[in-house]
Ligand binder design. Structure first.
Ligand SMILES: NC(=O)c1ccc[n+]([C@@H]2O[C@H](COP(=O)([O-])OP(=O)(O)OC[C@H]3O[C@@H](n4cnc5c(N)ncnc54)[C@H](O)[C@@H]3O)[C@@H](O)[C@H]2O)c1
Length: 470
C-alpha cells in the first residue's frame, strides 16, 4: 500500500487539474479579473482569446466602458483585432464587484495597482482581497477550490501579510477553500516581441497543487511557464529581475558622469560583446511602471536598515537627483542660452502610450525656465500633454525649424521616418536619449549629442552588437 499511495495521489492531482481546466474550457467556470488596466485587460484579452469566459472588474467606469467597446490594452490588440474582439470575445466588464458572484469564477487574477506616488502601496490589494473572499464564499464548491493569482507586482511578504489574512478574515482556509499564488507580469507593451504569449511566465502557488493548477492555466496562453517553489519566490523574481536592470542602468549613468572624458556608451557597448554582460547604456534616466519602483520593493521587503542593501538605497538616492546632475555636468553646457526647446516623447517606452515616471518629466522640470518649451508625442493630444506636463504641444516635424534645441526622449517609430532632418536649422542642438538618431545626416551646423558620449565626437567605425538583447 505504501508503494501505491504516491501514484494514487499523483493521479488525484492530475484528475484535479483536468477537472479544473475542463470547467474553464466548457465555460461552466470563468476567469475573474480584479483591476482592468494595462495588466488586467490584456490578461482578459488573452484568456478570452484562448476560449475562456472572463469577467473584468474595475472601479473606473471609463475603463469598463473601454473594455465593453472591445478596447483592451494589449500588444496583440491592434485596431483590427479590437473590432473583432468586441464581437467575439466573452468578457463581461463591470464596475460592480458583486456581479462576479454569479460568474462561477475558477481563477481570480489580481491586477490592481501596487504603487502610490512612486512608492509601493498595498492599498488597492487590501481593497479587493476581502471582496474576492466574499465572491469565493458565494461560489459553489467543487472538486478544486478557486485560485487567486496575484499578477500585480508585490512585496513577497504581502502574500502572508495581506492576501492570506484577508481571505482568512472572510472565513476561508487557504489550501482548502481557496488556493493562492503569484504569476507576475513582464510585459513591455511596445511591440509584438514581448507579450503574454512569448515571455516565459513564472508561477508559484501556496502549495504544489496550486502551482500545478496555475501552470496548467497559464500554459493556455504562455508558451513557456516555469514553476517557482512558492508564491513568495514567484513574486520576488519580478522584483529582483527589475532591480538587476535598475542597478545596471544606474551604474551606466554613474560611469558616464564619473568619466566625462570617455564615451561610456561606447565602452559599455564593447563590454557587452562578452557573452555574460548585458548592454546598459547611459541615458536621461530610469522610467516606467516597474524598474524605478523595484528597488523600493526590495528595500521594503528587506528592511530599510538592512546592511546588505545599502548600495541599493544609494542608487535610489542617486536617481532622485540624476537628471539635475546630468544637466549640470553635461547637458547644461550644450543647452545654455537655448530659448526654444522641443522635447520629443512623453512615453517612457517607444510606441506605447505609457508615461509613468517617464524621464521626460524630469527633463521638462529642468528646463522649465526656457522661454519656449514644447513637447510632442504622437500618442498624446495637446490637452493631454498640457494636463500632464503644463507645456504646449508642438508639431513634428513642422515645428522643428524654430527649435534651437531638440531632445529626443522616446524613440517612437514616428520619429524614425527619414526626412525630418531637413526641418532642423543650423545652430540647433540635438540631444538623443537612446541613440535612435545616430548616423542621421543632419544639416550642417546642427550639433548632435548622444547621452553618455563625448560631445562632438562619435566612434568612427560601426560599433559591434551586444551579445545579449539591449
Ligand atoms: N504596465 C506595465 O507595464 C506593468 C508590467 C508589469 C507589472 N505591472 C504591475 O501590474 C499592476 C497593475 O498595473 P497596470 O499597468 O495594469 O496599472 P493600470 O493603472 O493600467 O491599471 C490598474 C487598474 O486598476 C484599477 N483599480 C485601481 N484600484 C482598484 C481597486 N481598488 N479595485 C479595482 N480596480 C482598481 C484602476 O482603475 C486601473 O484601471 C501593478 O502592480 C504594476 O506594477 C505593470
Amino acid at each position: 500500500m505504501a508503494v501505491t499511495q504516491p501514484v494514487d495521489s499523483e493521479r488525484a492531482e492530475e484528475a484535479g487539474v483536468e477537472a479544473f481546466m475542463s470547467g474553464l474550457r466548457t465555460k461552466e467556470r470563468s476567469v475573474g479579473v480584479w483591476g482592468s488596466g494595462a495588466i488586467g485587460s490584456s490578461a482578459a484579452y488573452y484568456f478570452a482569446q484562448a476560449g475562456f469566459r472572463c469577467a473584468a472588474y474595475d472601479i473606473s467606469a471609463e475603463r469598463v466602458r473601454e473594455i465593453q467597446r472591445g478596447h483592451f490594452q494589449s500588444t496583440a490588440a491592434d485596431a483590427i483585432s479590437e473590432v473583432r474582439a468586441k464581437d467575439t470575445l466573452e468578457v463581461h466588464a463591470t464596475t460592480r464587484w458583486q456581479d462576479l458572484v454569479s460568474e462561477n469564477i475558477a481563477v481570480h487574477l489580481v491586477c490592481v495597482p501596487t504603487e502610490r506616488a512612486a512608492e509601493p502601496s498595498a492599498a488597492a490589494l487590501q481593497d479587493v482581497m476581502p471582496r474576492i473572499g466574499r465572491v469565493i464564499k458565494k461560489t459553489p464548491g467543487g472538486l478544486v477550490p478557486p485560485v487567486v493569482s496575484i499578477e500585480s507586482t508585490i512585496l513577497p511578504s504581502w502574500i502572508q501579510e495581506v492576501v492570506v489574512p484577508a481571505l482568512s478574515a472572510e472565513g476561508l482556509t487557504v489550501g482548502e477553500d481557496v488556493l493562492v499564488g503569484a504569476a507576475p507580469r513582464r510585459d513591455w507593451f511596445n511591440g509584438a516581441d514581448y507579450t503574454i504569449e512569448t515571455l516565459p511566465r513564472i508561477v508559484g502557488g501556496c502549495d504544489d497543487r496550486a502551482t500545478r493548477l496555475l501552470m496548467a492555466f497559464y500554459s493556455t496562453v504562455c508558451n513557456i511557464v516555469h514553476p517557482a517553489m512558492d508564491a513568495e519566490h514567484a513574486a520576488f523574481t519580478k522584483v529582483i529581475e527589475n532591480v538587476i536592470r535598475y542597478e545596471g542602468i544606474t551604474f551606466g549613468n554613474r560611469l558616464a558622469l564619473a568619466f566625462p572624458d570617455f564615451d561610456m556608451r561606447h565602452v559599455l557597448r564593447l563590454a557587452s560583446t562578452k557573452w555574460n554582460i548585458p548592454y546598459y547604456y547611459p541615458s536621461l534616466g530610469v522610467g516606467g511602471h516597474c524598474i524605478p519602483l523595484a528597488p523600493q520593493y526590495l528595500v521594503e521587503e528587506g528592511g530599510q536598515d538592512n546592511e546588505f542593501l545599502s548600495s541599493v538605497r544609494d542608487s535610489i538616492d542617486f536617481n532622485e537627483g540624476y537628471l539635475d546632475r546630468l544637466y549640470r555636468r553635461r547637458l547644461g553646457r550644450l543647452l545654455k542660452g537655448k530659448r526654444s526647446v522641443g522635447v520629443l516623447g512623453l512615453a517612457y517606452t517607444p510606441d506605447a502610450k505609457m508615461h509613468k515616471l517617464s524621464p521626460a518629466f524630469a527633463v521638462l522640470d529642468e528646463l522649465r525656465d526656457t522661454p519656449r518649451l514644447r513637447l510632442h508625442d504622437p500618442f498624446y493630444s495637446g490637452d493631454e500633454i498640457y494636463d500632464l506636463c503644463s507645456v504646449p504641444r508642438m508639431e513634428f516635424p513642422e515645428d522643428l525649424h524654430d527649435c534651437d534645441a531638440v531632445i529626443l526622449v522616446t524613440a517612437h517609430s514616428h520619429y524614425l521616418h527619414p526626412g525630418f532632418e531637413e526641418h532642423l536649422s543650423a545652430g540647433t542642438v540635438v540631444v538623443d536619449n537612446t541613440g535612435a538618431w545616430q548616423g542621421r545626416l543632419f544639416p550642417s551646423g546642427v550639433e548632435y549629442y548622444e547621452v553618455g558620449r563625448i560631445p562632438g565626437r562619435l566612434p568612427g567605425l560601426k560599433e559591434p552588437s551586444s551579445a545579449t538583447a539591449d
